[in-house]
Design a protein around this ligand. Sequence first.
Ligand code: COA
Length: 260
Amino acid sequence: MHYTTIRYEVEDGVATITLDRPDVLNAMNGAMRQELTACFTGLVTDDDVRVILLTGAGGRAFSAGADVRDFVEPQAPTRHRETRRRVEFRQVMDRCPQPIIAAIRGYALGGGLELALACDIRIAADDAQLGLTEINLAIIPGGGGTQRLPRLIGRGKALEMILTGMRVRGDEAFRLGIVERVVPAAEVLSAARELAHTLASKAPIALRYAKEAVVKGLELPLADGLRIEQDLSTLLRTTEDRLEGARAFLEKRRPKWTGR
Ligand code: COA
């Protein structure tokens, strides 16, 4: 598929999606939402892609959020709802079995931070600027921010950020638990790529099931989550890769995974 607002590349099992509207700090318009939705929809069933890396072109921003130029027209609520329903890329991301890594340089504001929050692991530059700034435009986060941020950092701090629209630096975001790693800006992409390739080198089915157990389990009471863990770990006992992993260990060599 040909994209105009994002770039999509696959190398060694790692798919890199780059938000590519640097002139407007990678703000999201309708075309970008459609392309992200199509791209993630394809990834849900793509077994060749083991890890997804998401970043922003240009270095000044991951994404400055929704394209504010779309806000100056009045919107009919039903039309808005129906249009958004077709481009719920963040919900499609939730269905992706692959780990998704966000590499955040510069601004991740509004929908841009919500996109990062829909990823599994976030690596940010120490001087990145993160915030759910919607309140300053008389709206609230509509891409999962009011739900995902408090689940990550707790109710009080999430409310403080959402109600004030404040921005935090990458190093502060790390301290708060919004991002999992913080590095100098020049190292964000290489750190994210290194992590992506490390994950892509793991046994493919185990990698997916590990994510599934954590993500599904978090939505459930502990006993049900433990049941999912048991079921998935039992299933993994049937793979060829499990035998290969044990043999390679005993033979003191690197395992060769087949994904079966
Ligand atoms: N939508 C549309 N255009 C945007 C944008 C957005 N969300 N964010 C930035 N841009 C555009 C600017 O209009 C500007 O375009 P121009 O060169 O044609 O004037 C360009 O990107 C560069 O941004 P600029 O504001 O000049 O850079 P800055 O360094 O002074 O400020 C921000 C950067 C991110 C602080 C500022 O652009 C901003 O506050 N953006 C809006 C963020 C926001 O509210 N997002 C949530 C939307 S719900």
